[in-house]
Design a protein around this ligand. Structure first.
Ligand SMILES: Cc1cc2nc3c(=O)[nH]c(=O)nc-3n(C[C@H](O)[C@H](O)[C@H](O)COP(=O)(O)OP(=O)(O)OC[C@H]3O[C@@H](n4cnc5c(N)ncnc54)[C@H](O)[C@@H]3O)c2cc1C
Length: 523
């Protein structure tokens, strides 16, 4: 019988050697979890890993955990899934596990062709409104950092990790406390998921945009019965899963026009901060900086202003990563971050954002006012970039210039972003309360991580799309829209997820709710 063991060892001790010395009876093991504790490393304390292992001895075997899915057969009408991001793709995958083919409609191109569109945008500013960093097969997840960590507690989290491993992700994602795939590995597995789906009878339409939902209003009840595409074609289904992500502004506008139930949501706006990686490694690891076994160092920072009660915090940290231009509007600039699996670039970046609250920072009466708040900042950033450069370059200030309220004529610094930089006063772009909170928080963060306020750090802006500014309301049990039957708002755009794993989990939850309703099926 497999036995579980747990221990903590110095980061530079070889795991196999340690087991050989301390658990000689163990002949094989699975890592259930592995977590790094580097606290105190900057004061000379050796970083340590805590392992939790499932082990077997001579003559024993691991029991294989193979989930068996009942073949439920097709539904009366194929479910339509709008959007091939993690939410949409994992919904289709889960349907397919139960022998239920579905239809995915995706406005952008296939994953392998997205890179060409995106490279043209980053290098030459040739923006494509249909295929970009957020739109296309794999959704915003495709060019993401591929951090799979989630705060969502659900049995489906393990399913998501296991399925990613089935399609080629490294097995470690199933056990690391901070699983990370990196953009390069995500790109390799997403098209395998889509190809598998079509090989099993699901249909996927790329380069096809849903222009509108089709509604039916009878006996005082409103229902969504299908979708109308950009070329006028119509497709009908009893179940429309709307997994269009938080950038699909036109979708929110359409839903608002048709009085689909939505509510404001707080979100956060700020900048990407980029340091040379060695600065962060030095701050976090001290003497141990540069040791390969530790990887690029991470940080997490948060501070609440005691006066305004507003939080400023780091988000989506990308050690050894890149800063990206990731907008979805021709006349708007948005920044984000990613890294590859190896996390080996010369820079480390993170979002530093300030909370933006409905009713306080934008009007609570107009349903789209949070969206407008974001869009105005993105537009200003684009105007500044056009006025001072070609429109593709990302507005930046060095951290020190920002704190000193200065814009110098110094030569442009080196950076990870392929789009280039344009020096500007970020206070021209960001609302004053955001700049003020950022400035105060930076001083606090420098107390938490001495050296964080570095001459070498850059602030690149604006980081506006941290989460959806709206929630599409849904019934807690059925996960259907509270106002429109047949409509299932899903994932990050619906305000019910924040990240790759939670969006995928949300897609699965919706499928399980539909299977319960249509087939009376409960596992
Ligand atoms: C650069 C970057 C880095 C990120 N890093 C991380 C990370 O490390 N970890 C993490 O957990 N999350 C990260 N995220 C966020 C993560 O990618 C999203 O949370 C996740 O992809 C949301 O999944 P989703 O399926 O809800 O929506 P999305 O992934 O946004 O997918 C929505 C899809 O719907 C399609 N669509 C939109 N409108 C229409 C329409 N009208 N018709 C047809 N199709 C439509 C879009 O083209 C898109 O493909 C990152 C995001 C970005 C942009």
């Amino acid at each position: 019988m497999a036995e579980k063991i747990q221990f903590t060892i110095d980061f530079d001790i070889d795991l196999d050697q340690y087991l050989e010395n301390h658990f000689p009876e163990v002949v094989d093991y699975h890592i259930l979890s592995k977590a790094l504790d580097a606290r105190g490393a900057n004061r000379g304390k050796k970083p340590r890993y805590t392992y939790h292992l499932d082990t077997i001895k001579e003559g024993e075997r691991f029991a294989r955990k193979n989930e068996v899915f009942k073949d439920l057969g097709p539904l009366k009408t194929k479910p339509i899934i709008v959007g091939a991001g993690p939410g949409g793709l994992f919904a289709a995958l889960r349907f397919q596990d139960y022998g239920v083919p579905s239809i995915i409609i995706e406005r952008g191109d296939r994953a392998h062709r997205r890179m060409i569109h995106i490279a043209k945008f980053w290098r030459y500013g040739e923006f494509d409104p249909e295929t970009n960093v957020c739109y296309g097969e794999g959704g915003a997840g495709l060019f993401s950092d591929g951090k799979l960590i989630t705060r969502v507690k659900s049995p489906y989290v393990q399913y998501v990790m296991d399925r990613m491993v089935d399609f080629g992700a490294p097995e470690e994602i199933a056990y690391l406390s901070n699983p990370h795939l990196g953009s390069n590995k995500i790109r390799l597995l997403i098209n395998k998921i889509s190809d598998y789906l079509t090989s099993k009878g699901s249909e996927i339409y790329y380069n096809t945009r849903v222009e509108e939902l089709i509604y039916d209003h009878k006996n005082g009840e409103s229902k969504v019965v299908g979708v109308r595409l950009q070329d006028g074609r119509e497709m009908y289904s009893d179940h429309v899963i709307l997994a269009t992500g938080h950038s699909a502004k036109e979708v929110y506008q359409h839903l608002a026009k048709h009085q689909v139930g939505m509510a404001h949501k707080d979100f956060a706006v700020g900048v990407r901060i980029e340091h040379p990686r060695e600065v962060i490694d030095q701050i976090q690891y001290g003497l141990y900086a540069g040791r390969e076994e530790l990887g690029a160092a991470r940080y997490r920072l948060a501070w609440e202003d005691p006066g305004s009660k507003k939080g400023t915090y780091s988000f989506c940290m990308c050690p050894g990563g890149y800063v990206l231009s990731s907008g979805t509007d021709r006349e708007g600039i948005v920044v984000n971050g990613m890294s590859n699996y190896a996390r080996n670039s010369r820079w480390s970046n993170a979002a530093l954002v300030v909370s933006v609250n409905s009713g306080k920072d934008f009007s609570p009466t107009e349903i789209l006012s949070g969206l407008e708040f974001q869009t105005n900042i993105e537009k200003k950033a684009f105007e500044v970039s056009c006025a001072k450069a070609s429109g593709k370059e990302l507005p930046f200030q060095t951290l020190q210039e920002f704190l000193d309220h200065k814009v110098t004529n110094a030569p442009l610094p080196k950076t990870s972003t392929p789009s280039g930089l344009v020096r500007t006063d970020l206070r021209e772009i960001l609302p004053q309360f955001i700049s003020d909170h950022l400035a105060k928080a930076l001083h606090k963060f420098n107390q938490q991580l001495p050296g964080f306020v570095s001459e070498k750090a850059l602030l690149i802006a604006p980081e506006t799309r941290t989460s959806a500014p709206l929630t599409i309301l849904r019934n807690k049990e059925t996960l259907e829209s509270t106002t429109h039957k047949g409509l299932y708002p899903c994932g990050e755009g619906a305000g019910h997820a924040g990240g790759i794993t939670s969006a995928a989990v949300d897609g699965i939850k919706i499928v399980m709710s539909i299977l319960k309703k249509e087939k009376g099926f409960e596992p």
